[in-house]
Design a protein around this ligand. Structure first.
Ligand code: 9MR
Length: 361
């Protein structure tokens, strides 16, 4: 079912099915279609699990429009053992997106976190060479096939106490903070058509970490735009943690200031950490849904917000599940996403639709 603006307006005027949920949600209209009707590109991250899980493959193809390769395009996944890349899985991911008419986002071209062990042993001269080579090879291979690249991911991590609050890692060691503009300029020269994104975490948190990362990011974006660095959008990850302090209005003001620099805004890794919520699944799902609703209602008031992407679509493949399975003894199954382990819609999906509908003008 496709949805146009008129359908949405009619829907808003109509009495709501089952009290609070618009009929459109009950009918199972895809999140991607509802979002598109209000000018938002909706999607999720996914990765190689789609090759083995036909039901998930179908869900991703029907619900999303703009997807992110969760891991397959990362440096350490492309080059786990040494400088020469194995692009085979990434190629399949890119082909999956093309086959299903999904726009694909690449993450993350340059990230100081998670360097493969062999990279840590490289000299500064080797690091400088590898940095440029990685950007050139990866962007050339997928030129014209990637909607947007997270060119630099998570530039800040103030607890490490580097000047300016920057995150430590091999690329910082190689060039200092100048690695950031170097990456953007180089990416633009290799693939002039892709949108170049600076992606950051923690900004929605109203704690010391969130406050200092926001301040650093505002300064950085102002400087990059002032120097004419090609930068088209800012990605705010949105791994929401209701157990930590947050203030959606402060976050909206921050988004508005970012937008003032002439960039689009994408919510790139949305999910809700249900740690600390009750074991009762119904209660937990409603709490998670309510965080999605409030956050998205606030964020969607900012016209520069153009995309909302969840970090996987179903709890079956959430990174929180990965973390819980690795614990001894394994923790309870997290439920951070709009679809459950059985690929059924949860209240979070309906909450997202309600929030999206508030964007109808
Ligand atoms: O979800 C990703 C997980 O499967 C990987 O093991 C991990 C390391 O590459 O990265 C996770 O994704 C992260 C994303 O790339 C950056 N923001 C935080 C995400 C969750 O840790």
């Amino acid at each position: 079912m496709t949805v146009n603006r008129r359908d949405l307006l009619a829907l808003l005027a109509a009495p709501l099915a089952s009290g609070t949920i618009p009929a459109i949600a009950a009918e199972g209209t895809s999140l991607g279609a509802v979002a598109a009707a209000v000018g938002i590109a909706f999607g999720s991250a996914f990765d190689r699990e789609v090759f083995d899980d036909a039901d998930y493959r179908k869900l991703i193809a029907s619900e999303t429009r703009l997807v992110t390769a969760e891991n397959a395009l990362k440096f350490d996944w492309l080059r786990p053992k040494g400088p020469d890349a194995d692009f085979s899985t990434a190629d399949r991911i890119v082909e999956f997106a093309r086959h299903n008419d999904l726009l694909l986002r690449g993450t993350t071209l340059v990230w100081n976190d998670n360097p493969p062990p062999w990279l840590r042993r490289s000299s500064l001269t080797e690091l400088r060479y590898l940095f440029d080579r990685h950007i050139d090879e990866t962007l050339t291979r997928y030129r014209g096939r990637i909607h947007s690249w997270d060119v630099v991911n998570e530039p800040f991590y103030p607890p490490q106490r580097l000047p300016g609050g920057y995150r430590q890692g091999p690329w910082y060691d190689a060039f200092g903070p100048a690695y950031i503009e170097r990456a953007f300029r180089r990416a633009a020269s290799v693939d002039p058509a892709t949108r170049l994104v600076l992606n950051e975490a923690f900004c929605e948190q109203q704690d010391a970490l969130g406050i200092s990362v926001r301040a650093g990011l505002l300064k950085l974006v102002e400087r990059l735009k002032g120097e004419g660095v090609p930068l088209h959008a800012i990605g705010l990850q949105g791994h929401l943690k209701p157990a930590l302090p947050f203030d959606d209005q402060v976050f909206v003001e921050f988004l508005t200031r970012l937008a003032g620099f002439g960039v689009d805004l994408y919510i790139t890794e949305l999910d809700v950490d249900d740690g600390g919520m009750p074991d009762d699944i119904n209660k937990r799902d409603l709490m998670v849904a309510s965080r999605y609703r409030d956050f998205l209602k606030a964020v969607l008031t900012v016209p520069a917000v153009k995309a909302v992407i969840t970090w996987q679509l179903s709890d079956r493949y959430s990174w929180y599940g990965e973390l819980a399975r690795r614990k001894h003894p394994p923790g309870r199954r997290p439920r951070p996403l709009p679809y459950d382990d059985g690929l059924q819609r949860k209240p979070a999906a309906q909450a997202m639709i309600e929030a999206l509908l508030t964007r109808v003008k």
